[in-house]
Design a protein around this ligand. Sequence first.
Ligand code: GLN
Length: 503
Amino acid sequence: MSATLEEIQNFKGKYPRQIWSLFFSEMWERFCFYGMRGMLVFFMISQLNFHEKEANLQYGATQAFVYAFTFIGGLFADKILGFRKSLFWGGLLMIVGSLILATDPHKFFFLGIAFTVVGTGFFKPNISSMVGQLYKPNDSRADAGFSLFYAGINLGALLGGYLCIAIGKGELLTNVIPEGMRWNVAFGLAAIVMVISLINFVFTQRSLGNIGLQPGHPMAEVKSAPIPKWQEYGVYVLSLIFVPIIMVMVAKTAYTDYFMYTIGPLTLLYLFYEMTKVTSAERKKLWAALVFIIFSIIFWGIYEQSGGSLSIFAAKNLNKDLLGLDPNGVNNSGGAFFIIFLAPLIGLLWIWLNKRKIEPNTIIKFGLGFIFLGLGYYVLFATRIFVNLAGITSLNFFTLALLIITLGELCLSPIGLSIMTKLSTKNLQGMMMGMWFLASAYGQYVAGIIGASLATTKKGATNYDAFITYTDGYKQLGLYAVIAGVVLILISPYVKKLMQDVK
Ligand code: GLN
């Protein structure tokens, strides 16, 4: 082993050196994930002849399953595989999924997607948990580290989200790729970057000391009996069994509802069971984590309008007054673009405030996250100032709303990852991180329901009427977000008590 945990965590400067390697592995994984996600709806409609509504429902189902699987991926990492093996296994499944899609996306569409869903579940939560382990429990630099890591996430999201669909649609590299092969290459690109992610991780492992080792490994931080090999192989086999099941469930979206109704309560029951096995101080911290998780459902429910109703709003109600850019392109990638620049800066701001002893604690940061989110939605409402009778308003002003919403995201999302690692007991790290992402699954689910209710304009309504309906809805969402933020700030003394020494 290269360095001990103590040496890793006692790093000098603002960031631990290993964070850069994890940054790149996660960046390429997000490239693969968002590249694929960006192609789904378009591919289903244009290539598989799905109706718009059907394609959207199926898209929603894949998103719900992807994030729901993070709980399972995190749980198995804690109990059997450890973070490293989970991540590697998840990455392999994602490569297989992308390769299947690259071979024949028309024929094997749902099979490829199902592999990716399960793979992401094993990869996504566990890499974030490893970032957390680079820090001592009370290191005030952790939020800045997660903010930097979050920039990597969004760099991958931006590149993958742009390049894959552009290749598939034939807007990029058209003279090199034969027309009939465009989608194969686009999905193939997702496979290639995922290979890069894993190769990078193999090299990263050397500098991780004992972080992420399998439970029971002789060098593991928490000493326990070795895991029998059959259990490890059992997890691999089980995850392969999940593939056809997910395939069927994604293809028939009615199952998604049943799945969402059951998985949440089941995970909660399981968490309560685990809570009986820890000390009372640890239990309090887990309760605090649950408060953050529950609030994050509200956050994502409002935030995730970006993929749903806001993309319709962008297509129908925005002009091109921002450098002539396409409004949907701005809606899809504006957030990621802002994050890449703002995330490291906000991270440094936390460190700067900490030095002056005025850094807000996590609950207040969460509260601010909601308030920015709410303000952003009020700005969406205020696009009314510039609307014309045809129901078209300013893209510039819309982009300002995106910027404010992004500030909210930066006060909540990376901070949420960070606080999960701080509030979880050592043996529940993966599972709690999984629960954090499971909340995102519910957020996406709720977002779909909100979006659908916004979309129900009366028959014969004009584009202007639709604009009014949408903006009324955004004002309402803005209000809910601000209320959630105020509630969080009001209950902060109680949550603080539960958190004890954690900031
Ligand atoms: N955009 C972030 C990511 O991909 C956060 C996702 C989420 O938690 N909903 O990691």
